[in-house]
Every structure is written in C-alpha cells, then in structure tokens.
Design a protein around this ligand. Structure first.
Ligand SMILES: C[S@@+](CC[C@H](N)C(=O)[O-])C[C@H]1O[C@@H](n2cnc3c(N)ncnc32)[C@H](O)[C@@H]1O
Length: 202
C-alpha cells in the first residue's frame, strides 16, 4: 500500500529518536559490510535518519540513493540530507532500476530481521508472499553481480521497556510462529538498539 507511513510521518522522528535506536551503531555496522563499495541503495529510507549517519561517518565517495513510497517521509529525508543523497519515490513492488548498485540495505525499511532469543525470522512490510517475491525480484535486478543485501536485526516489539508515545501503540509486530520461509509483517516499531547485521556472504 503506497504512502503506508503517511499518518506516522509527523511523529516518526520523535518516536525513533526517543532512545530505542542507535543510528551511529547502525551506520558503523553497515559501513563495515559495505567496505569500499560505492553505489548503495537504501530501501525504505524513511526520514533519512540512517542515511544521515551513514553519509556522515562513511567515505566521501559513497553514493547513496534512497527509495520510499511515502511522500511525507521522503520529503523529510530530502530536507535532512539535501544534496548528499539521491531520492526516488518508489514502491519496491514497482521499482525498476538497472543493475547499478553494489549494496542494498534496509533498516526496518521494507524488510528486516527480528530476533527473539534463539529464534529469528524475516519480517516484511509487504503483506503477501507474492508481493515479497515481486519486491525481491525487482531488488535483485537493481544489484550488480556479487552485490549484497544487508538487513537490520531488531528485537521483538514486546521487548519495549519504556513508555511508547501513543502514536505507535496501535502498531505491533506479530509474534506468532511464522510458516517456514514466509516473511512476517510488521510496522518496525521501536525496539532495543540491536545494530548487529547478518554475516556478509562472499
Ligand atoms: C520503519 S520505517 C524505516 C525508515 C528508516 N529506514 C529508519 O530506520 O528510520 C519504514 C519505511 O519503509 C517505507 N516502506 C514500507 N513499505 C515500502 C514499500 N513497499 N516500498 C517502499 N518503501 C516502503 C515506509 O514508507 C517507511 O518510510
């Protein structure tokens, strides 16, 4: 559903910078895995909180493009980042890029990993399995051979230990056991700072 964060966008930065996320730690973890690769795509860039730290802490030649399907989120990213990044209003279900990127990443964007003790699973903002297949197919077309997809890891929503502003209390990540291979859906609500990313392959 396009514009899925339209209602939340006014409060997004307030919620996300209330202490649950450590954006510098996310940026450092990403940069370790990006290495010297220069063309980077952020999926679900939101208001640009991750991109801001990545660009501040990363090398000067890092070229970042962010996509998001919520206009009011992307507008904040443009305001925050100005000429430091490129922006495209895209839904992963429709996006069409040539293979121009070395790395794509998502920090609570379209896809992310939720870890609960020994158990971890792929979560998604896309509700249908066929939509996940379409989105991942579009993403694969945008990545150069040998490229990587980096997904953030966060705790389950019910790990919250601090009061949550009312705006996010109506959204939660399901904790039911997922069918094998099926991404869970959720809204990426605040969780403890868990900047660990999956090991880089290759
Ligand atoms: C939880 S926010 C994450 C924003 C940012 N990565 C951060 O960490 O602050 C999820 C973002 O993904 C975007 N999004 C969700 N589904 C999408 C889709 N199918 N295509 C493009 N963007 C999507 C939403 O609009 C929202 O801005």
């Amino acid at each position: 559903m396009p514009d899925s964060y339209a209602d939340l966008s006014r409060f997004y930065d307030l919620v996300m910078t209330s202490g649950y996320y450590d954006y510098d730690a996310y940026a450092h973890a990403l940069l370790t895995r990006i290495g010297t690769r220069a063309d980077v795509l952020e999926l679900g860039m939101g208001t640009g909180l991750v991109a801001d730290r990545l660009l501040a802490l990363g090398p000067d030649d890092l070229r970042l493009t962010g996509i998001d399907h919520t206009d009011s989120m992307l507008a904040q990213a443009r305001h925050r980042l100005g000429g430091r990044a490129r922006f495209r209003r895209e839904d992963v279900l429709d996006m069409s890029f040539p293979p121009a990127f070395d790395v794509a990443y998502s920090v609570g964007g379209v896809w992310y990993i939720v870890q609960d003790g020994e158990e971890s699973w792929l979560s998604s903002h896309l509700m249908e399995e066929k939509d996940n297949e379409t989105g991942l197919t579009n993403l694969a077309a945008a990545i150069r051979p040998g490229g990587s997809l980096l997904l953030s890891v966060q705790g389950p929503t019910d790990a919250l230990t601090e009061p949550c502003p009312e705006v996010c209390s109506t959204r939660s990540t399901s904790r039911s056991t997922p069918k094998a291979g099926t991404p869970r859906t959720g809204c990426g609500s605040p969780a403890p700072p868990l900047p660990a990313l999956p090991p880089r392959n290759g």
